[in-house]
Design a protein around this ligand. Structure first.
Ligand code: TXA
Ligand code: MG
Length: 347
């Protein structure tokens, strides 16, 4: 796997972007930066390219891929019907971290949509991503560029660690800005429904389209079947088991103390203010407690830092379910497989 640098001034004539675009045109797959996480892209109209994506990731093929386009007009070429709410969302949030699920018109590879009659589309904001889509002149199907089940990649290095030997090229655009994936919104129903929380919050969506529903399965009520097919798989798993800790810094330190007393080496994924207070063998900071956007930026790299050779268990702080903090909490819950200890329960 070669890492080619895109951090030059004129991306339109960038030889790295040109090379990657040629690979895509020949049915190959290429990893590229977006403002959320790195994607693993392939021609969304070509079955063989989509098969390569699933294979490189080791991803179950019943989980549909997001199609990345470089403008609203390009999106309309693959959609069957654009409801007014979807149009408003595109105008307000594209380019940006919002994926809009629409009915498709059958012109994309059925492997992209995993046989559904809908497709998720997104116009990314990263200039290298837009330059690549434009140079390839193709809609790019792109899931996150990690091995299936691992934390999503927020740097070219993460892509390299997961996919070296499995794909030809990663465009290196530096660290991503948002750090968690796009919000997925189903615009085929009224009101529109959030299927995956992400870079755009429910509050921001509501300011544009009015009432916005949330998939009930996001409440971590296991009885509700997730509507977004990808939500049912293990995700974002760090090397060692992760447990969420609901409570203050003193409770966190007590939980770590108990683990150590039981002979376990503990890792702590905590706020800046807690560094030095947890008693854990390894502490990693998510930034200041008052800055959940910083936690979103740091989360996936932080999850990759912990190694089973160093820690037996990782404890992590929790976030309130609002704004970008809600998206961070959603990823932490998945990374923990729902495992949680609470100060309330142990009183
Ligand atoms: O930020 C992102 O969205 C990144 C970057 C690369 O753009 N991409 C990404 O893709 O996260 P992926 O494949 O890891 O996640 C796509 C999510 C999955 O949960 C999938 O089930 C859901 O979107 N999805 C895709 N198409 C769908 C559809 N037609 N209906 C419902 N959910 C869909
Ligand atoms: Mg993913």
């Amino acid at each position: 796997l070669r890492q080619v640098d895109t951090s030059v001034d004129n991306l339109v004539d960038d030889p790295a972007v040109e090379e990657a675009a040629q690979l895509l045109k020949s049915g190959e797959v290429v990893a590229f930066p977006t403002e959320t996480v790195y994607g693993l892209g392939g021609d969304a109209t070509l079955d063989e390219a989509i098969a390569r994506i699933y294979e490189a990731k080791g991803r179950p093929s019943d989980n549909p891929l997001i199609v990345h386009i470089a403008g609203i007009e390009q999106a309309k070429r693959y959609a069957d019907d654009i409801p007014p709410g979807a149009e408003q969302l595109m105008n307000a949030f594209w380019p940006g971290p919002l994926t809009i699920v629409l009915r498709h018109n059958g012109s994309l590879s059925p492997k992209v949509t995993a046989g559904l009659d809908t497709v998720g589309m997104r116009m990314p904001a990263d200039p290298a991503a837009l330059a690549l889509i434009t140079a390839a002149d193709l809609p790019l199907a792109a899931p996150s560029a990690n091995r299936s089940g691992r934390p999503s990649p927020t740097s070219a290095r993460h892509v390299y660690d997961d996919l070296n030997g499995r794909i030809p090229v990663v465009l290196d655009g530096g660290e991503t800005g948002v750090g968690v994936e796009s919000t997925v919104v189903d615009a085929t129903q009224t009101p529109v429904m959030i299927l995956r929380p992400g870079g755009i919050s429910q509050e921001e969506l509501q300011a544009v389209v009015g009432p916005v529903a949330v998939d009930p399965s996001l409440a971590f009520d296991q009885s509700a079947k997730p509507k977004s097919p990808g939500m049912k798989y293990a995700h974002y798993a760090p090397d060692a088991p992760l447990v969420l800790v609901d409570g203050d810094a003193a409770f966190f330190a007590a939980v770590v103390h108990d683990a150590k007393a039981a002979g376990k080496r503990a890792g702590a994924l905590v706020f800046e203010e807690q560094i030095g207070t947890t008693g854990a063998e390894q502490e990693v900071s998510l930034g200041p407690q008052a800055d959940p956007a910083e936690a979103a930026r740091r989360l996936y790299d932080a999850l990759r830092v912990f190694k089973r050779s160093e820690v037996d268990i990782i404890y992590a702080v929790t976030f309130a379910d609002s704004g970008i903090g809600g998206a961070v909490m959603n990823r932490l819950l998945k990374a923990a497989g729902g495992r949680r200890v609470s100060a309330e329960d142990s009183n």
